[in-house]
Design a protein around this ligand. Structure first.
Ligand SMILES: [Fe+2]
Length: 377
């Protein structure tokens, strides 16, 4: 069972807040969870917020229907003000749609009443283990800039982070002693900064792969594309107080955030040993076909092919993603906007191929905003 390590090194039980207006399920949850966790409870949204204002809570089990607010609204407030608290939705009114909505708004998981006790304990334990990893990364991001700093310092910072990260919980060790797959760590790094940033990166990797399926790329290029697209905005973890949903989006669909994030990201991943193409995608995904992009004003085929693909994929996601506070364009209009920017922003051949493949697949777009790391890489 997960434990929290306090600052003096002692291990304490994690604290779970049970939020449910019905006494029966609330008491049942308290009885089931009490052997493993410190328990607090609340029977409405306001009471839950009161607990959060004066107690340190690790995880919340949240009933979807509360007398004073919908659980999903409370979830959004909690994730906005306490991003490091994990929330598991427990509901008797479940459907796939509301489950997806909860997860899109940052819930770690979802259980239907009547719940299976083993599943409940196992979901809470896994979620708390993941929280330990995210908290570790949040502390690293807060306390040091070494990950994106000078090369030797960055190398040491990565080694230290990898050692601590893979010591948490149950990671399968490769008996050959080979390096563990770093994508779960990189995915958690994006999530620790901002869950919406991770979702954006996951979708961009999906859209880039969709377009790449129309091209004759080698297997090595396909892998570099999937990883590069997933990591294209990793440099944004270096930005203080960054929130994906606060980034201004220009009418063209482009985000107008820091122009350094491409080069910062490419520098960050240097010690990880990925192929050079991965770094090129990260560095050059804001270059434009007509030379008006950044950081170097590269032009036409002078921009690496994989970066030209990710340039389209990330723009399509900025146009279509459902992000709190923004109005997404319908897929058809987003496809038109990409087509209009062929020859200026985008490689015309790639823009044309993207319009074709997105039109064919539009019933299943935009891709669901569920955090996934690239598959098959
Ligand atoms: Fe970017």
């Amino acid at each position: 069972m997960s434990t929290t390590i306090s600052q003096d090194g002692s291990q304490t039980k994690p604290t779970v807040l049970v939020v449910d207006d019905e006494a029966g399920p609330r008491d049942a949850l308290k009885v089931i969870l009490r052997p493993f966790f410190n328990i607090r409870s609340a029977d409405n949204a306001q009471a839950a917020l009161d607990v959060l204002s004066h107690e340190s809570i690790d995880l919340i089990t949240l009933d979807q229907k509360l007398p004073d607010r919908q659980g999903i609204d409370l979830l959004q407030d909690i994730k906005h003000d306490h991003a490091d608290i994990e929330v598991i939705i427990i509901t008797g009114y479940g459907s796939l749609k509301s489950a997806m909505e909860g997860i899109r708004h940052g819930a770690a998981g979802y259980l239907l009443k009547p719940f299976n006790v083993t599943e409940l304990i196992s979901l809470i334990s896994q979620t708390l283990e993941k929280k330990q990893r995210l908290d570790l990364i949040r502390n690293v991001l807060k306390s040091s800039t070494d990950l994106w700093g000078e090369e030797q310092a960055a190398r040491r910072a990565w080694e230290s982070l990898k050692t601590k990260y893979f010591a948490i919980g149950t990671h399968e060790q490769d008996p050959s002693g080979a390096q563990p797959d770093l994508l779960p760590l990189l995915s958690d790094l994006l999530e620790a900064k901002d869950r919406q940033l991770l979702n954006h990166c996951s979708r961009v990797s999906f859209y880039a792969t969709l377009l790449a399926n129309r091209l004759s790329l080698t297997l090595a290029e396909q892998k570099s594309l999937a990883i590069g697209a997933f990591l294209h905005d990793i440099g944004k973890v270096s930005l203080p107080n960054y929130h994906f949903s606060d980034e201004p989006i220009l009418p063209s669909g482009e985000s107008s955030s820091s122009k350094e994030h491409g080069e910062t990201g490419a520098r960050m991943i240097l010690p990880l040993g990925y192929p050079a193409e991965v770094g090129q995608v990260i560095s050059y995904h804001h270059e434009r076909w007509d030379g008006s992009g950044y950081p170097h004003g590269l032009q036409g085929e002078g921009i690496p092919l994989l970066a030209r693909i990710v340039s389209i994929a990330q723009m399509f996601d900025h146009l279509t993603a459902e992000v709190p506070g923004r109005s997404p364009l319908p897929v058809d209009q987003a496809i038109q906007q990409i087509a209009l920017q062929a020859n200026t922003y985008f490689d015309p051949m790639l823009a044309d191929q993207f319009a074709r493949v997105a039109t064919e697949c539009k019933a299943s777009l935009p891709a669901m905003a569920i955090a996934t790391t690239p598959s098959g890489v």
